[in-house]
Design a protein around this ligand. Structure first.
Ligand code: GDP
Ligand code: IMO
Ligand code: MG
Length: 430
């Protein structure tokens, strides 16, 4: 004990990577439990920028064992590219553990992801094109390929054959693509086997034993609450459970061992891809926040859509995840603004909603109701304690905290590791 789950409170890119890195030297294990290389976490350490997609952010902390849990989908080519990239910069990746039950993303699922998006046209999701959706669909359809299958060639061949017998029909007859050869897929996957072997194990057992020894484990979500396949803005979501419940199914750690749930909340909102976004900005404020916040996708380079902070969503995230502590990031991105509107409720067809509307149609029609806070018009990037913040910035934090049903324990005031204000310990609850 203890287990801490760390999730995103919005539509991703809240600064989860930096939050994990901040806690790094107090952790023994960091487990990625969902998603794959659709994630993109930028971590800045001593002026060096690291962009992680598949590896848990904990890999940058020397004392941490990073774990890729069973709930993750792995593109093996990306995995080894990322390992090689970090090794060439002097980061030791040898501690990495990978669940034998995690699924791999075969090349045909990347093709299917891209081609099906093109086919959807105006109804597309705006996926990252990494094969995430088709691979989770295979898992649920029970035609997926797992890491452990790579160690038994005949099983691997049978599984790829089973998947391709259907997928080749879809690729060739619906999408007019060339059928994929079983041999090519099997040989590509087998080419990784020897490099993969030392990392693979029963990670659920390893984590259970570590917890019995009193180790500290952080389960780090990819994506975020509103991108969760069950609790997000379906169908404009990813294909995994990015909320706190997913930490159990995606790692094998039981719910009774979880102590704290930390949600990372950006001081404004961003979204990549399609889907409804009540507080979205199409004006100079959106452009300004995109530029000062460098809001361009770490994975696809797409400009992120930007909107004001939405406390209806934050309260929803608190409720769905059982958040005990919030990490409020990028408060410094408001340094130049005269005033800061914050969405406190929605109006839908003349009716006020303090909670997320239950239907997708109502959410599409939600008009934000704002309260406006005064700006502070000075840089807060040097602040290291709450008292260092100007009164207006303190008032902003307290205003948000009073409306999201959990304390704000950490405030981010810049991208670097030390640009934070720690008000409470997220690990102990003190
Ligand atoms: P993640 O996917 O949730 O890990 O977030 P991303 O890494 O995709 O996006 C967050 C971006 O904000 C990264 O470039 C971080 O370096 C940066 N960042 C995180 N916290 C802060 C903060 O408090 N202030 C500023 N200015 N940047 C931050
Ligand atoms: P991190 O972990 C922001 C979005 C995509 C698309 C939808 C489905 O960095 O916060 P997918 O490829 O997963 O099938 O795409 O989800 N999306 C993200 N948006 N941050 C992410 O990860 C995302 N991962 C997926 O843009 O709208
Ligand atoms: Mg990101």
């Amino acid at each position: 004990m203890p287990v801490i789950v760390l999730v995103g409170a919005q539509w991703g890119d809240e600064g989860k990577g930096k939050a994990t890195d901040l806690l790094g030297d107090r952790l023994d294990y960091v487990v990625k439990f969902n998603g794959g290389n659709n994630a993109g976490h930028t971590v800045v350490i001593e002026g060096e920028k690291y962009a992680l997609h598949l590896l848990p952010s904990g890999i940058l902390s020397p004392g941490v064992v990073p774990v890729i849990g069973n709930g993750v989908v792995i593109d093996l080519n990306v995995l080894f590219q990322e390992i090689d990239g970090l090794e060439s910069r002097g980061i030791d990746t040898s501690r990495l553990r990978i669940s034998a039950n995690a699924h791999v993303i075969p090349s045909y699922n990347r093709s299917l992801d891209k081609v099906s998006e093109r086919y959807l046209g105006a109804r597309r999701i705006g996926t990252t094109g990494r094969g995430i959706g088709p691979t989770y669909a295979d898992k649920m359809n029970r035609v997926g390929v797992r890491v452990q299958d790579l160690f038994d060639e005949s099983i691997l061949r049978q599984k790829v054959e089973a998947a391709l017998s259907f997928k080749n029909q879809v690729l060739s007859k619906i999408y007019n693509r060339q059928a994929v050869k079983v041999d090519e897929v099997v040989n590509e996957l087998l080419s990784y086997v020897e490099r993969l072997r030392p990392y693979v194990g029963d990670t659920a057992l390893e984590l259970s034993e570590a917890l019995d020894e009193g180790k500290v484990v952080l389960c780090e979500a990819g994506q975020a609450t509103l991108l969760d396949v069950d609790h997000g803005t379906y169908p404009f979501v990813t294909s995994s459970n990015a909320t706190a419940g997913g930490a159990c199914t995606g790692s094998g750690i039981p719910p009774t061992r979880i102590d704290r749930v930390v949600a990372v909340l950006k001081a404004f909102t961003s979204r990549v891809g399609e889907g409804p976004f009540p507080t979205e900005l199409h004006d100079k404020f959106g452009d300004h926040l995109r530029e000062v916040g460098q809001e361009y996708g770490t994975t696809t380079g797409r400009p992120r859509r930007i909107g004001w902070l939405d406390l209806v969503m934050a309260r929803y995230a608190q409720r769905i995840n059982g958040v005990t502590d919030f990490v409020l990031t990028k408060l410094d991105n408001y340094d130049d603004l005269d005033e800061i509107p914050v969405c406190v409720a929605y109006e839908v067809n003349g009716v006020r909603h303090d909670e997320m509307p239950i239907s997708q149609t109502d959410f599409h029609h939600a008009i934000p109701i704002f309260e406006t806070m005064p700006g502070w018009k000075q840089s807060i990037m040097g602040a290291r304690s709450f008292d260092d913040l100007p009164k207006e910035a303190q008032d902003f934090v307290v205003f948000v905290e009073e409306r999201i049903r959990a304390r704000i324990s950490v405030v981010g005031v810049g991208p670097a590791r030390d640009q934070v204000i720690e008000r409470h310990s997220v690990l102990s609850g003190a």
